[in-house]
Design a protein around this ligand. Structure first.
Ligand code: GLN
Ligand code: ZN
Length: 764
């Protein structure tokens, strides 16, 4: 039996890589200094895994920005617009790499970055490869070989990790029509063969091919392509040991296909799909080894040794130790580095958790427990059992009242008192808004100054009263300014919030927070997801103070601003001792209480943001229905406890609604604000084709750029919207919150936006 790991977090235990990259980008440090930091993180990670006792340690899992971008460079998939960067003799491979990741503005060149998108159902974003008809590839960046060699020179024989060519093609986008990117496989294969040749001559024993698409819905063409590649590898490199990694889901209907591939070992995610173990074993060809992904690479809970051992024993009994690997379920990229660094976490909670370093130790312990029984082993098994048992009964986790309340939820809790048209009439009477009402999505600029107040308050440099006074002044200024330029529905500005999930988590029971639990989101950007440890409830109102304060400053309606249950769930580490749907319902009830209190406090419009509903969609289409039922249900529980006159808004900042438009309509928000301007309002077609009945605010300008759009530009977009959506359904607002913008451009853009709406009214 062997242990292995699929990938280790590369940001460094103290986000060393983030700091090194940002300092290099700002010109403060040299490329050499950056490369030195990178090398020391790699060495640290390799040694940590070696000392823990991992048999096959990954290399090429490190990346300065993103592993898919690395692969683009490896195979020379470099979009043409970067060729000028290469031609400039003063640039090197690193400059090209970061130009592709972040865009390039220098010496009259202004080149956009490559697109980013979410890595399967994680919160990690990868760079999307760009493909053209008849594209040729060549072995360009030798990173994978260099890093293998680098580890070898430190006496660590690693297992290089490489995304398989078919998954690579599927991850990308066709940048012109008239071809299928899978047809590029024949051009791509020779590069992979070159790479494998180089690795083999350097003494590589094992190579890990990641084919995450193996767990998705696949058509025959994809399967043929995958099998073509692995057959060729077997033929050209008969002695190379190949491990094929699937993760994030079970193989399900691709199972018999996966076991038929001529590889040496197949990795299964047994956390996401434990049932597949027996199914795979039943079909397993004699020569194929199995890697059991038992330690959760997507969550921070301590492993349950007893239950993992049951899996291992079954597999041992049926196929023997020789053909078994023990591993995390997927790369550890998605969990924080080291729990030992958490000095402030409640010890009762801390004992339930494991981050990357601890998970590595768990993998090794599991092998020892399964192969070399010893008194110490037995002791650690008992300890593990005892700790995990405390979770089953701890009062930090279990709250009878919350559980009872969830069980008592009925269909009527998830439905407004009257249909939309009745509510619309009553809301018109009560709010008296004009046609094309103007509003914003919630946050106003979180300037360095605002952030410095929070930092000072946290450090104890300013008192709570002082901190509040500063925030109050900022809020008042923002209210006055919104009145002045004539916005119809105001917001308080969200200055008191650090983050749209953390702010709520901090005020809810059932959450824990880390000091250093950073996870890479993209490039140098890291997030510190809260941990939902127990039953969630809301002991006190969370936003009523700021919303009613803001409302007291003006006669115009001020929107209350909340984060929805699905988004809080999606952007946190969640419990693994109950279904996600249950946790989500608890969150929904907490938000429902807040909505009720806002209404009581005289807030007439309440927005519940749900930007994460779409990304929560399961990887397999067959599971969408179930997810959408409880996710949309949770939104409705959170939003339905109000009277008809209270107007519920929701906001989503993504761009694809076609396949879930029915579910969006089921949410029955009185107003939905969406991202639209970048697609020139084309996104509205989904709503128009569906005859979407409720009101819509299609974003009329892109807040992700400092560019100030003109009034006429926005009128153009509104006219396009008006061509497909009736005027009494349309709102006028930006794409998303303004927290990352400066006041300068925000003011100019919103003034133009209000003017655009006024023009539109005149034309009615
Ligand atoms: N209300 C939030 C804001 O304006 C919404 C953010 C989001 O959609 N991601 O910042
Ligand atoms: Zn948004």
């Amino acid at each position: 039996m062997k242990t292995h790991n699929l990938g280790y977090p590369r940001i460094g235990s103290n986000r060393e890589l983030k700091k090194a990259c940002e300092s290099y980008w700002s010109g403060k440090t040299s490329a050499n200094e950056l490369q030195n930091t990178a090398a020391s993180i790699r060495l640290f990670n390799w040694r940590l895994q070696k000392e823990a006792g991992i048999d096959l340690i990954p290399s090429n899992d490190f990346s300065l920005y993103d592993q898919v971008l690395d692969l683009c460079l490896m195979v020379g998939a470099i979009p043409e617009r970067y060729h000028d960067v290469i031609l400039d003799k003063s640039n090197n491979e690193l400059d090209l790499y970061f130009a592709m990741a972040r865009g390039y503005q220098k010496n009259d060149l202004d080149i956009t970055a490559m697109e980013m998108t979410k890595w399967f159902d994680t919160n990690y974003h990868y760079i999307v490869p760009e493909f053209h008809k008849n594209q040729q590839f060549k072995f360009f960046s030798t990173k994978i070989v260099d890093e293998f060699y680098e580890a070898k020179s430190k006496e660590i024989l690693t297992k290089p990790v490489l995304i398989g060519p078919v998954s690579f093609l599927l991850l990308g986008k066709e940048k012109e029509s008239g071809f299928d990117r899978l047809d590029l496989l024949d051009n791509l294969i020779p590069v992979y063969m070159d790479v494998l040749k180089k690795l083999e001559t350097r003494g590589v024993e094992w190579v890990q091919f990641d084919e995450p698409f193996l767990t998705l819905d696949l058509d025959e063409k994809v399967k043929l392509a995958i099998s073509k590649f692995y057959k060729l590898v077997r033929k050209e490199f008969p002695t190379l040991k190949t491990l094929l990694a699937s993760y994030f889901e079970g193989l399900k209907d691709n199972l018999s296909f996966a076991v038929s591939l001529p590889v040496c070992a197949l990795h299964l995610d047994l956390v996401r799909n434990p049932e597949q173990l027996m199914e795979v074993i039943n079909l397993l060809p004699e020569k194929l080894s199995l890697s059991l992904g038992l330690v959760d690479g997507r969550n921070i809970w301590k492993n349950d040794f007893q239950s993992s051992l049951e899996f291992i024993r079954k597999a041992q009994f049926l196929i023997g130790n020789e053909r078994l690997f023990i591993a995390p379920s997927c790369s550890l990229l998605h969990v924080p580095c080291d729990l030992d660094l958490e000095s402030k976490l409640n010890p009762e909670i801390k004992q339930w958790l494991a981050f990357a370093k601890q998970k590595i130790a768990e993998v090794v312990s599991l092998k020892q427990l399964a192969t070399t029984p010893s008194p110490e082993g037995l002791k650690s098994l008992r300890e593990n059992e005892a700790v995990n048992n405390t979770r089953k009964t701890s009062s930090l986790i279990h709250n009878v009242k919350v559980k009872q309340r969830v069980n008592a939820v009925t269909a009527s809790d998830a439905s407004r008192q009257n249909p939309f048209l009745i509510r619309k009439y009553k809301q018109q009477q009560s709010l008296g808004l004009p046609h094309f009402p103007t509003t914003t999505i919630g946050s106003f600029p979180q300037t360095a100054e605002v952030r410095s107040w929070r930092a000072k308050f946290k450090k104890g440099d300013i008192s709570e009263q002082e901190y509040e006074r500063l925030l109050r002044d900022e809020t008042e200024k923002t209210i006055r300014w919104q009145e002045e330029i004539g916005l119809d529905v105001l917001v308080h500005g969200e200055f008191e919030r650090n983050d749209m999930v953390e702010y709520f988590g901090e005020q809810l029971e059932g959450f824990a927070f880390t000091q250093n639990g950073w996870v890479q989101s993209y490039g140098s950007r890291c997030v510190k997801p809260p941990i939902i440890i127990g039953d969630v409830h809301r002991p006190n109102p969370m936003t009523v103070y700021w919303s009613s304060l803001a409302q007291s400053m003006t006669d115009k309606p001020v929107k209350g601003m909340l984060t929805g249950p699905v988004t809080i769930l999606q952007w946190s580490f969640v419990r693994n001792d109950q279904p996600r749907s249950q946790t989500c319902t608890q969150l929904a009830l907490a938000i429902r209480d807040e909505v009720a209190d806002l209404e009581k406090a005289g807030i007439k419009i309440i927005q519940i943001d749900e930007p994460a509903i779409r990304e929560g969609l399961p990887l397999r289409k067959s599971e969408w229905k179930n997810y959408l039922e409880w996710a949309i249900g949770a939104f409705k529980i959170s939003s339905s406890g109000v009277k008809d006159e209270t107007q519920i808004h929701t906001h989503m900042c993504y761009s694809e609604f076609n396949d879930i438009i029915q579910d969006i309509a089921n949410m029955d928000a009185d107003v939905i604000t969406i991202e639209c301007s970048r697609s020139q309002m084309e996104l509205l077609d989904a709503f128009a084709d569906f005859n979407y009945p409720n009101e819509i605010g299609p974003g009329v300008y892109d807040i992700h750029s400092p560019r100030v759009p003109s009034k006429s530009e926005m009128i153009g977009l509104l006219e396009k919207a008006l061509a497909v959506i009736p005027s009494d359904q349309l709102w006028v607002n930006p794409d998303c919150g303004l927290k990352t913008r400066h006041w300068e451009e925000t003011k100019r853009a919103l003034i133009e936006m209000v003017e655009a709406s006024k023009e539109m009214r005149k034309s009615l």
